[in-house]
Design a protein around this ligand. Structure first.
Ligand code: ATP
Ligand code: MG
Length: 763
């Protein structure tokens, strides 16, 4: 079989152009990722060793999917391709090479929480105002410096930076940066940005290491190249320098990470860096209907800064894009959830065919609530990861200390958890002593009687001894046995077990789940090294998405940022309101507003068949109800492709003030149909379904759905529908609980509805 048959002419040319620099700049859904996937398969078919191929993707999920597809063509060899996000790939390399730059190879990765906690400690030690030097601000500033490869010395000497910091009244930022870097180093820790920063240092300072990887990675490919920052750009450039077998793909219209230092210029400069680059343009969108592609084009046309592209679809015209208004965020959630349930039933789809996309994580709450009420299973991507939960982080902090006792953030996290009478004063004394003697916190407690009074010294020495004994156990026992031992002997398991509140039980179960995962890991046969240290290594890099091994059929919820590169048959974009989307922070400059518009473009282009957009006229923000204006982006869409749907006839008639709508909304909420016998499913479990695997935890509904009482509905009955108004039942088909009614509505004509979801009242 010709495995390249699934490509158009240009895609195929790009796949077959395996040597030298290649750039593909093309619109959404035009097959850029597909080209990379086929290109890798093609290289392997040509006899290139998968170990010599490096593919950098935007998410781990994307890497996983790509590997699965390649496996279909080339077989199990695909597992040897180096493929993953920048962070995961270079963490892996640093695990081997970190000693060249003075770090232990078992360095800890500080996640964002660890970094911010360290910043807070430093601010306190320096007695700086934590409002002026807010930890988020400081973190952002340090991150920006690292992503632009600005070292501490450069930061402190750069006149422009110094002038900026002085004029904003934050003259100490350079000093904070310095202390932060020193403290991370002392703790044997790298933060997320270090994974790239230190890789750059390594490749710069160690020519033989650079040479080794230049020769290892004979072919390099980068997806979503428009969102690489300077640090990433330079790594790629260096690694590819000998052969220049570098293929990058991207879309300037989808550049959405400028706020994190990504530089759209990378894509524009590629031609300068590689004058003999072969450029391919893909213009046909294979993903979406014509209507969806057309509205995407009409949105992005409002941006001034963009490369000319002519994206078209040869797919069906498709439905118009539905725009729905609701009175509140909760109402919006309810409408979306009901629409999804109805669509799924009508079109015989899976839950996983639907995605709900939002601008900010906070918006997931109203969506989740509505989905739970309807009994719709869902999964949140990229949200707070399982590994970010307090109890999980606590246990992992014990593991971290076991392998790297210098780890300061892990130390602070668990020195007095579970409570062992080590108070703040003692901790402060330990930190002070460590600073003075240039020791790690752990070194200080090993020698506790030198620095602390007898009682405190006894308490901390016990802690030190426990950690040291964990290290022995971890060395000699399987990952699972060691993990269980640590969970028990630290007292953590008992502490959670004793807490019989709902949250306490939940936390205990989460720990069990983590242990299950470790057990599975320690029994794996495909890897040689199965110690707890290996399991632990890059836990900080794991996200929720890495946990869902058994892809349970569920609706996907995520921010637009994390939806990049993905596609779904039906997409709901919610919260199209001024100050939310576009976000309030983007309204000050054209550049920011254009980035926000690109974000909207990304959202719209995730949809294959149907796209729904909604906004609410009021929403809770920081605990207060505020009025919202529809987003300016709605006005920018070419209305030919839109179908505007307002929640109620009545509200169109007196579409005046907010008050009318509020009254209308309140009367709507009174319309609560009684619990009836058309109950569609066995009552879902009230607690999350227990799975044995750590990697399987989709959200599971916790409440039943109360449909309207239409159990006696018969042909000929007159009914009222919440949205469609008055009508008459023409036919009833199917069996309970899936009875479908065909109803003739006076206003809109004939419509088929699934009774269990229809908001119907017999009149
Ligand atoms: P994005 O910019 O959103 O990342 P992309 O350019 O990477 O999009 P892909 O995800 O590679 O696009 O492709 C979009 C969809 O179109 C996928 O489902 C892909 O399988 C399909 N597709 C791409 N090229 C072809 C083709 N030649 N024939 C059939 N389907 C194709
Ligand atoms: Mg893609």
């Amino acid at each position: 079989m010709d495995y390249l048959a699934g490509l158009n002419v240009t895609q195929r040319e790009a796949v077959e152009q395996t040597e030298g620099p290649v750039m593909i700049v093309a619109g959404a859904g035009s097959g850029k990722t597909r080209v990379i996937t086929y290109r890798v398969a093609h290289l392997i078919q040509k006899g290139i060793d998968p170990f010599n191929i490096l593919v950098l993707t935007f998410t781990n999920k994307a890497a996983k999917e790509m590997r699965e597809r390649i496996t279909k063509v080339v077989g199990t060899e695909a597992k040897n391709i180096w493929m993953g996000t920048f962070h995961s790939v270079f963490a892996k390399i640093l695990r081997v090479e970190a000693h060249h730059i003075g770090y232990p190879n078992n360095f800890t990765i500080y996640d964002t929480d660890d970094s911010k906690s360290l910043i807070k400690t430093i601010l306190k030690e320096m007695s700086l105002d934590d409002k002026l030097y807010h930890h988020n601000y400081v973190y952002g500033r340090i991150s920006m410096a690292k992503n632009n490869l600005i070292s501490v010395a450069e930061y402190q000497q750069n006149e422009q930076i110094q002038a900026d910091d002085h004029s904003s009244g934050r003259a100490f930022l350079g000093k904070i940066y310095e202390t932060y870097v020193n403290r991370c180093f002392k703790a044997g820790a790298m933060d997320f940005d270090d994974l790239l920063f230190k890789t750059n240092v390594l490749l710069k300072e160690q020519p033989e290491v650079l040479y080794k990887y230049q020769n290892k990675f004979k072919y390099l490919m980068v997806d979503e190249y428009q969102d690489t920052n300077f640090s990433q750009y330079l790594i790629v450039k260096k690694l590819a320098a000998i052969r220049e077998n570098l293929c990058v793909v991207g879309d300037d219209a989808q550049s959405i990470y400028a706020f994190r230092g990504a530089n759209i210029q990378n894509i524009l400069n590629f031609q300068k860096d590689y004058p003999d680059v072969k450029v391919f343009k893909l213009e046909q969108n294979y993903r979406s209907t014509q209507n969806i592609v057309n509205i995407a084009n009409s949105i992005i046309a409002n941006n001034k800064n963009q490369l000319e592209k002519n994206v078209f679809s040869a797919n069906e015209t498709g439905d118009k894009i539905k725009v729905t208004r609701s009175f509140s965020d909760n109402e919006e959630g309810k409408q979306v959830a009901e629409a999804i349930a109805q669509e799924r039933a009508d079109a015989n789809l899976n839950w996983s065919d639907f995605a709900i996309l939002y601008r900010t994580n906070a918006q997931s709450r109203s969506m989740e609530e509505a989905l739970r009420k309807l009994g719709v299973p869902y999964k949140i991507y990229g949200g707070t990861s399982f590994y970010q939960r307090k109890e999980i982080k606590d246990l992992i902090a014990y593991f971290r200390l076991t392998f790297n006792p210098a780890d300061e953030e892990a130390f602070k996290r668990v020195i007095n958890y579970p409570a062992r009478g080590i108070g703040k004063t003692t901790l402060d004394k330990i930190i002070l002593a460590a600073d003075k003697e240039n020791k790690t916190l752990f070194d200080v407690i090993v020698d506790a009687q030198q620095y602390l009074d007898a009682r405190a010294a006894a308490a901390v020495s016990n802690f030190a001894t426990a950690i040291q004994s964990f290290a022995v156990v971890a060395k000699n026992q399987s990952a699972y046995d060691a993990a269980l031992h640590i969970a028990q002997q630290s007292g953590l398991l008992k502490d959670l077990y004793d807490d019989k509140s709902v949250e306490g039980i939940n936390r205990y179960e989460n720990i069990q789940e983590l242990l299950n995962g470790i057990k599975e890991f320690s029994e794996r046969e495909d890897i040689e090294d199965r110690g707890l240290d290996v399991f632990m290594q890059d836990v900080a890099l794991l996200t929720n998405d890495d946990k869902d091994k058994d892809d349970k059929d569920s609706v996907s919820l995520m921010t637009i940022h994390s939806s990049k590169g993905l596609e779904f048959p039906q997409v709901y974009i919610v919260g199209l309101e001024e100050n939310l989307f576009p976000s309030q922070m983007s309204l000050n400059s054209r550049a920011d507003l254009e980035e926000e518009r690109r974000l909207f473009y990304v959202a719209v282009t995730r949809a294959e068949k149907k796209l729904n957009i909604s906004y609410a006229t009021s929403r809770f923000k920081f605990g207060t109800l505020i009025n919202c204006e529809p987003s300016r982006f709605l006005d920018e869409i070419d209305p030919r492709y839109l179908e505007i749907e307002l929640p109620k006839k009545a509200s169109i008639a007196n579409s005046g003030s907010f008050d009318d709508e509020r009254t209308q909304w309140q009367s709507n909420t009174r319309y609560q149909p009684a619990q009836a016998d058309v109950f569609s499913k066995p009552k879902p479990a009230t607690k999350p379904l227990k799975t044995t695997s750590l990697l399987a935890k989709a959200h599971v509904p916790s409440e039943g759905f109360a449909p309207s009482d239409t159990s006696n509905l018969q042909v000929g009955h007159e009914v009222e529908h919440e949205r469609f108004g008055y009508g008459k039942v023409l036919t009833l088909e199917g069996n309970k609980p899936d009875i479908k009614a065909t109803i003739f509505f006076k206003e809109i004509g004939q419509k088929q509805l699934l009774l269990k979801f229809a908001k119907l009242r017999i009149v």
